[in-house]
Ligand binder design. Structure first.
Ligand code: HEM
Length: 511
């Protein structure tokens, strides 16, 4: 027995050494053979700088991929590498299977150094702090946990119906108010006023700062960090003129609502919220940096901004696609009738409405390039060399992932029916990938669903008409930034009947 043991213990290290050396040789030979993925032409020193898109990055990167005939595109800007991932296959392989090395975030000079968003999980670097924060989210955002928020969401949606009825032309402001109300109540236990609430305004300004920090021009600050010290008349440093105010907004977004929760707790008047739960857990009632960050990130990229964008896309889709609207309304009428508004128990019986929500998220993506990832060590994929430190952009959009015509026939058309086919997966890529996938996905899907089904049950949405009675086509374009809002557009929002008007008034009174 001992003889065998000695033989094994002597041989094992040799075997291991040989295996490691073979693996290392294979790795180095792969590295030696590997080349960067194809990319646009490069110039000396500045590399591909002139090809970094400054509008609709997702469309520009998709076009580059098609022209180059590959699902990866490589840009080298002054020695900084950008890899664009233009297919679901590559995205799954890199962000999910190799998630351990593709889950970092780039350093984001504008957002972090100038606007002070280092507290937000969404921009935080991969590591122990990130893992602890993400884990901390789970109890509040898991599929089971979000069911608790349903009464609050229903109430906020009923208020939304009332404001859509009273001021249809202000539909975007009403959507913003509803999303802000949901997130402020869940995170901080704050019940917002129906109009002009200061907390909603603070959150709005903070989200404006995120938009500023993620405009395509902000990327120039990553390539030329010296821009942050330049006066705003200096070419490329124009955004500096807006950073002071935006930084103030980012700090206010961080501090203001938490003060409200703390004060309410001190006065013994606190409503249940993530913040109060966290603060109660900490005996001295002063949140650690980690817990504060955990609470505040609910708002950034959270309910307020992304949910509003998804619902604006829904209004645009309904304005442009009356047939889909009618089909969804017919389904709701059959299942719910006209005596009440839809509720959560109807969900299983409304497959077309579910399909319509999925199609909204696929058709126009809220975050068409998700949030950028960063590769942590050198890697090889399909014989391509991908260097450590590269910014890796998941192009969720057009022709790339959610508009891939081999998966979604006629991808630019709005066709909810496609999601009635059980073989087609839900458009999960809209929520990103792997270890950084959106932790608010379940909450977002619930909020969007209850808003969509309630609006469809109550209103007809159509194109506006000019004085001659001709229909006006809505503007169909997008704001650049992390969240791609539709450009402001007009539509007609009319209660479906007198009975609907009464129902909306009655439900609002009952809440
Ligand atoms: C329709 C609504 C929403 C969409 C389309 C959306 C989309 C996304 C995407 C694409 C990412 C980046 C994923 C990646 O890097 O691969 C993300 C991250 C994130 N989302 Fe959402 N989101 C939505 C709603 C929400 C809500 C309601 C919350 C919070 C309550 C939330 C909280 C977050 C957070 C904290 C992150 C950062 C995660 C990390 O960096 O690890 N999101 N979201």
């Amino acid at each position: 027995m001992f003889e065998g043991f000695y033989t094994t213990s002597l041989v094992a290290p040799f075997v291991c050494a040989i295996l490691v050396s073979c693996a290392y040789k294979r790795y180095t030979s792969l590295m030696a053979r590997a080349r960067y993925p194809p990319g646009p032409p490069r110039l000396p020193i500045i590399g591909s700088l002139l090809h970094v898109p400054n509008r609709h990055t997702w469309l520009a990167y998709e076009r580059m991929g098609k022209d180059l005939g590959d699902d990866l595109v490589h840009l080298d800007v002054l020695g900084s590498h950008i890899i664009v991932v233009n297919s679901a296959k590559a995205a799954t392989e890199l962000f999910e299977k190799r998630g351990a090395i593709y889950s970092d975030r780039p350093s984001y000079t504008m957002l972090i150094d100038l606007l002070g968003f280092d507290w937000a999980l969404v921009f935080s670097r991969y590591g122990d702090r990130f893992r602890a924060l993400r884990k901390g989210f789970h109890p509040y955002l898991s599929p089971d946990a979000v069911i608790e928020y349903r009464p609050l969401e229903s109430k906020s949606v009923h208020r939304l119906l009332r404001s859509l009825m009273e001021k249809p032309e202000n539909f975007v402001a009403s959507l913003r108010h509803m999303a802000g109300a949901i997130i402020l109540a869940i995170a901080f236990g704050i019940e917002v006023k129906s109009e002009g609430d200061p907390h909603v305004e603070t959150a709005e300004k903070g989200l404006g700062a995120v938009l500023l920090g993620t405009m395509p021009q902000a990327a120039m600050y990553d390539f030329f960090p010296i821009l942050k010290n330049m006066p705003s008349w200096f070419p490329g440093a124009e955004l500096n003129a807006r950073t002071k105010e935006a930084r103030h907004a980012s700090t206010a977004m961080l501090e203001d609502p938490m003060q409200v929760t703390k004060k309410a707790m001190a006065e013994g008047k606190v409503s249940p919220s993530v913040a109060s739960a966290l603060l109660t857990r900490l005996e001295d009632q002063s949140a650690t940096e980690q817990d504060r960050a955990l609470t505040y990130v609910f708002m950034v990229l959270g309910g307020a901004d992304t949910t509003v964008c998804a619902l604006e896309d829904f209004f645009l889709a309904m304005t442009l696609n009356p047939d889909a609207q009618r089909k969804a309304q017919a389904e709701i009428d059959l299942v719910v009738g006209h005596e009440r508004l839809p509720d959560w128990n109807d969900r299983q019986s409304l497959p077309y409405v579910d399909a319509l929500v999925n199609e909204v998220l696929r058709w126009r993506n809220v975050t068409p390039t998700a949030v950028y990832h960063r590769l942590m060590v050198d890697d090889v994929y399909n014989d391509y060399f991908l260097p450590a430190g590269a910014t890796v952009i998941p192009n969720v959009w057009y022709g790339a992932i959610l508009h891939d015509e081999s998966v979604y026939a006629d991808p630019l058309s709005f066709k909810p029916e496609r999601f009635l086919d059980p073989r087609l997966d839900k458009p999960e890529a809209a929520f990103g990938f792997g270890r950084r996938i959106c932790p608010g996905m379940h909450l977002a899907l619930e909020s969007v669903w209850i808003a969509v089904v309630s609006i469809l049950a109550s209103f007809d949405i159509s194109k506006t008409v000019n004085e001659k009675g001709d229909e006006i086509d809505p503007v169909d374009d997008y704001v650049d930034g992390l969240v791609a809002y539709p450009f402001p557009f007009e539509c007609n929002i009319k209660p479906r009947s007198e009975a609907t008007v009464k129902l909306i008034q009655l439900t609002d009174l009952e809440d």
